[in-house]
Each structure stands twice: as C-alpha cells, then as structure tokens.
Design a protein around this ligand. Structure first.
Ligand code: CDP
Length: 218
C-alpha cells in the first residue's frame, strides 16, 4: 500500500502523463513537484519579486501557501486558495522557474511538503530530484529520457500546435532551461545511481506506463 514510485527526467520526456497513468493503474496518489515550483514562481512574479534576485526570493519564499492536490484523476495546484493550474503553464512562468527553483530556501520548503505527502501513503512522484533527494528510498526509481528533438516536438504540440517557429523557440528555451537546471550546484538534478533509465523516444504512453508498472511488480 505504501509503495513510492519516483519518476525523474528532463522536460518533454513524458514524465507527467506517465506518472499520472501509473498512479491511476496502481491506484496510488500522484504528486507533480514541478507544478509546485511553477506555483511559487507564479506567486513571485505576481507580487513583483525579481526572480533573479535570489536573496529576495529566499526572503519571501515562506509567504505563499502552496496547496497541491494528489488525486491522479484531478491533480490541482493552488496558491493562497487561488487555482493556478492554467497560469503556471505560461511561457513567463516556464522561463522563470529554473531561477526560483535554484534557491535553496525554496527547495527546502518544497521538499518538506513533498516528504510529508510521501510519508502518508502510496504515491507516484514526478520531478527532477525525487530519486536522489526527495525520496531516496523509493521502491521504484525511473529516469525518463527522450532525444532532444522529440522532447521539443512534444512540448510544442502541447502549446500552439505545429507551428515551426514555435518548435524552434520551444527547443531553444527548453535547452536553456535544461542547462540552467542541470548546472545547479545546490541540488544536482541528476539521475539516481539506482534509477532505471527508460528512453521514451520510440515508445508510446501505454508502453511507458506498462514498463513502469512492471518495475513496480504489477
Ligand atoms: O513541464 P516540465 O517537465 O518541463 O517541467 P516541470 O516538471 O513542470 O518543472 C518545471 C521546473 O521546475 C524545472 O525546469 C525545474 O527548474 C524545476 N523543478 C525542480 O527544480 N525540481 C523538481 N523536483 C521539479 C521541478
């Protein structure tokens, strides 16, 4: 009942759909940690904190109340009671989130909330540091990857469908964000040594879910 499945990987690797699908299939709860970093980033922008000012971000990081819903059928994310599921996917938030997520005070606070949720029962947790930091004792650790072009294609398909300019922009912005994310010293968002690497470039969603469930002994 208390099984913990950690799913890490870069943007566009298919983490979210896979993690939700696995949670549904195994009747576990689902936690999108990226949504939490996006939510606190949205709040910083909203109140006018310059996201590149890490001291200011740290000083104000305990102000917003981040509430994350863990039902895989209806994941929710709210800040101070306001539903932010839409706005946290904006380009503005997407391009600012790496800077905010790099601030240690922000990470400490998010990880604390995440560990509390993980401690209270079976759950699929998706993010960048789950297998290494948030849940190092997770029963199943998966690191999803996909070739860069395929990841950008998936990302662009989620937004303005198909436009070529969009694809180029998305690919550039994604590469930049991945670079910012992985050049961090505070919390290297790396693959856990004991994580199973799953390249999703040639797999459909169902196949990815099947493989992760198999690792979970289902
Ligand atoms: O949607 P996408 O997979 O591109 O990213 P996300 O999972 O929504 O995460 C957004 C950003 O939050 C990442 O680019 C990281 O900067 C940060 N993040 C993090 O630092 N640690 C996590 N566990 C999850 C996300």
């Amino acid at each position: 009942a208390g099984i913990v499945v950690a799913i890490d990987g870069p943007s566009g690797s298919g983490k979210s759909s896979a993690a939700r699908g696995v949670a549904r299939r195994l009747e576990l709860r689902y936690l999108d940690t990226g949504a939490m970093y996006r939510a606190i980033t949205w709040w910083m922008i909203q109140v006018g904190v310059p996201v590149d000012d890490s001291d200011e971000v740290a000083a104000r990081s305990s102000e917003p109340e981040i509430e994350v819903g863990i039902d895989p059928e209806h994941p929710t994310i709210a800040v101070d009671g306001v539903d932010v599921a839409g706005p946290i996917r904006s380009r503005e938030v997407t391009n600012a989130v790496s800077a905010v997520a790099a601030v240690p005070a922000v990470r400490r606070r998010m990880v604390e909330i995440q560990r509390e949720l993980i401690g209270s029962g079976g759950i699929v947790v998706e993010g960048r540091d789950i297998g290494t930091t948030v849940a190092p004792k997770a029963h199943v650790k998966v690191y999803l990857t996909a070739h860069e072009e395929e990841r950008a294609r998936r990302r662009a398909a989620e937004g303005l469908a198909g436009a070529k300019l969009e694809l180029t922009l998305t690919q550039k912005e994604m590469a930049l964000r991945d670079r910012k994310d992985s050049s961090r010293t505070t919390s290297p968002l790396n693959k856990a040594a004991d994580a199973v690497v799953l390249d999703t470039t040639e797999l459909n969603l169902q196949q990815v879910i099947d493989r992760i469930c198999a690792l979970a002994g289902e």
